[in-house]
Design a protein around this ligand. Sequence first.
Ligand SMILES: Nc1ncnc2c1ncn2[C@@H]1O[C@H](COP(=O)(O)OP(=O)(O)OP(=O)(O)O)[C@@H](O)[C@H]1O
Length: 233
Amino acid sequence: MRFPNGTVALSGVDVNVRRGEFVTVVGPSGCGKSTLLRIASGLERASEGTVTVNTDRIGFVFQDATLLAWRDVQRNVELLAELAGERKNKRRAKADAAIELVGLSGFEKHLPKQLSGGMKMRTSLARSLTLDPELFLFDEPFGALDEITRERLNDELIRLFVKQGFAGMFITHSVSEAVYLSTKVVVMSGRPGRIVKTIDIPLPMPRDPDVRYTAEFAELVGEVSHALREGHA
Ligand SMILES: Nc1ncnc2c1ncn2[C@@H]1O[C@H](COP(=O)(O)OP(=O)(O)OP(=O)(O)O)[C@@H](O)[C@H]1O
């Protein structure tokens, strides 16, 4: 990916994300992770190479929950179905199901300003879930949350991944979050972003929260951290 101003953001990147895979991309700031996700989503067009996406049901969750301040949770979650021109009954049913999936039942009438950071992210997740995505893209969605909320949302995300069966592509700066969530971790170098290493995470899904304290987990975290350091050198 070369931007019109000459910045080369990505070079020779080759990634596959299949159904049943949750692929996390880690790498130093500015290495092109968001660019890669935007290219996968179609928001950005690669200047060279090919991108093949075998579905048009793509969910995208950003670091910011991007909720409309004047709409309550239910009407925020309904937004995409509304834009797609779906009837009120149908979009309400979809929103209700998604709100239930993310554990926000009872908060339908709350406005964004009445929600915690974690609840805002859940609302954002629910909004994308109404699309019933086959490919779900996440650009560091939990980066701004405290550790406990983040760990809880990691578990909820894994539950959704196992239940809904989408292909997941996730960006994070946290090595332990990457190992915990993923079936595969892609480590990128500094700009222009190249893939330094791809590491399979063979831990069983859904993850047991206590897996974080095992030797196997620590070893995988070590492997990802080493690869990150190599890419930085
Ligand atoms: N539209 C653009 N035009 C020119 N350069 C851009 C454009 N968008 C991004 N870049 C540059 O491309 C590089 C990759 O940016 P990107 O946001 O993808 O990195 P990132 O790995 O997601 O960073 P971070 O982890 O800090 O969010 C950066 O150097 C950025 O300045």
